[in-house]
Write a protein that binds this ligand. Structure first.
Ligand code: FDA
Length: 402
């Protein structure tokens, strides 16, 4: 059975959802299960494209440790109600109901054992069971409110609805269908938009710095990345254009142009103390050999060159020299040139101001019947399955009442 209907659009439905991504499909299933007639419209040629490309093809669909602390928003309390009423455990139960096998990769991050498509199939099966219709390749041209609902003009026809749910996501990866349409709808109804920016995104570096690092692309190490109030202990990866890996993606959400980022390159030890200890134990050993216990040879060479340090046996360094050297090698502070932007960002910070949205229902306080769910709102998760959990929770919150 086809998941996406090709019949004529109905003239009128109870709930019309714009955007067939994670939040829109979850909302459609929830509203449909309550007996509401539901239509989901998406301008892309396929539904759920970001679900399919997520988690390296295995969709990190939630996180065991999800809590409000894992989200950025001008109102940090906003996400609490929806997350409490549709938690990670609810989504895990749904995954298990559909027999999708999964595993915890690290830090509570749950991934499919097989493919991301398992999650999309699960959502489409729920939509089918709830008799929610889904239509793709549908461009929306105008939205008007009146007569106890909304009139939506689209390339496939005009539809009246009682409730209109905006689930158009953020701006990241425009080639996958991302648009700012949800923000346009919000502005049309007088809502405020918190300025948006690319987040969970790699850093780019200056050409001169890249030349110094030209042997490193592909090398990774465990670091603590810090910027402003953010601090994340995860892997960092050198790339041909700059820096990536989970630690960098996480800290990018805290970084602003021109700011410094600090990397603790040996987060599980005090390098100065450790080098002293290694000197006592093995005075003949060369500095570069000791450091190779922590980092790859290429990284050791790069970090030593960066600090103009020549490797020699540890016994040839004085205690004070080793202390200074340890402190220098421990921390790398740099100002990234920029980020890769929306082209590769996983998410968008900012969005529809939650001040004007009910945290219980996702309905706009000043515009009855208009709902915003998922990433279009000013709620952005950390890396690690939190963004999907927000899509499920907010989509479900609206689906329970719309
Ligand atoms: P989503 O973007 O999923 O859906 C929006 C839908 O609206 C799309 O189908 C789009 O075509 C449609 N649309 C947009 N404009 C429209 C218009 N004008 N008219 C009609 N339709 C329109 N998160 C996570 O928790 N775990 C992970 O593993 C990953 N991995 C990941 C990888 C990559 C490469 C990216 C880019 C992102 C992730 N994410 C993630 C983030 C996650 O994908 C994202 O937060 C959710 O998909 C957001 O769900 P939404 O439903 O809000 O938007």
């Amino acid at each position: 059975m086809s998941d996406v209907s090709h019949s004529q659009l109905p003239k009128s439905v109870d709930v019309l959802i714009i955007g067939a991504g994670a939040a829109g499909l979850m909302c459609a299933a929830s509203a449909g299960q309550r007996g509401r007639s539901v239509l989901v419209l998406d301008h892309a040629n396929k539904v759920g494209k970001k679900i399919l490309m997520s988690g390296g093809g295995r969709c990190n669909f939630t996180n065991l440790y999800t809590s409000a602390e894992n989200f950025y928003s001008r109102n940090p309390h906003f996400c609490k109600s929806a997350l409490a009423r549709y938690s990670q455990w609810d989504f895990i139960a749904l995954v298990e109901k559909h027999g999708v096998s999964y595993h915890e990769k690290t830090l509570g991050q749950l991934f499919c054992d097989n493919k991301s498509k398992d999650i999309l199939d699960l959502l489409l099966a729920e939509c089918r069971a709830a008799k929610a219709q889904v239509r793709t390749r549908c461009a929306i041209s105008s939205i008007e409110s009146g007569q106890g609902g909304y009139r939506v003009e689209s390339s496939l026809g005009t539809v009246h609805c009682e409730s209109l749910v905006v689930a158009t996501g953020g701006l990241s990866i425009p080639t996958m269908g991302a648009t700012g349409f949800g923000y346009d709808i919000a502005r049309q109804f007088g809502l405020n938009i918190i300025p948006t920016r690319a987040a969970l995104v790699p850093f780019t570096q200056h050409k001169r710095q890249l030349e110094r690092q030209d042997s490193l692309p592909g090398s990774s190490l465990s670091v603590t990345a810090s910027c402003g109030e953010g601090s994340f202990h995860e892997q960092m990866l050198f790339t041909h254009r700059g820096l990536s890996g989970p630690a960098v993606l996480q800290i990018s959400s805290h970084w602003r142009e021109g700011e410094k980022v600090t990397f603790d390159l040996a987060p599980d030890r005090d390098l100065a103390d450790w080098l002293q200890q290694r000197r006592r134990e093995s005075p003949e050993i060369h500095l570069h050999s000791v450091l190779s216990e922590l980092w790859t040879k290429k990284l050791v060479q790069f970090f030593l060159q960066r600090q103009h340090i020549d490797s020699r046996p540890l016994k040839q360094f004085t205690e004070i020299e080793l202390r200074e050297l340890g402190a220098k090698l421990q921390v790398w502070t740099l100002v990234p040139d920029g980020t890769e932007g929306y082209r590769t960002a996983e998410v968008t910070l900012g969005g529809v101001d939650t001040d004007q949205i009910s945290s219980r229902t996702m309905e706009c306080k000043t515009q009855p019947g208009l709902y915003f769910v998922g990433e279009v709102l000013d709620v952005t998760g950390w890396l690690g399955g939190f963004n999907f959990q927000w899509a499920w929770a907010s989509g479900h919150a609206a689906g329970e009442v719309a």
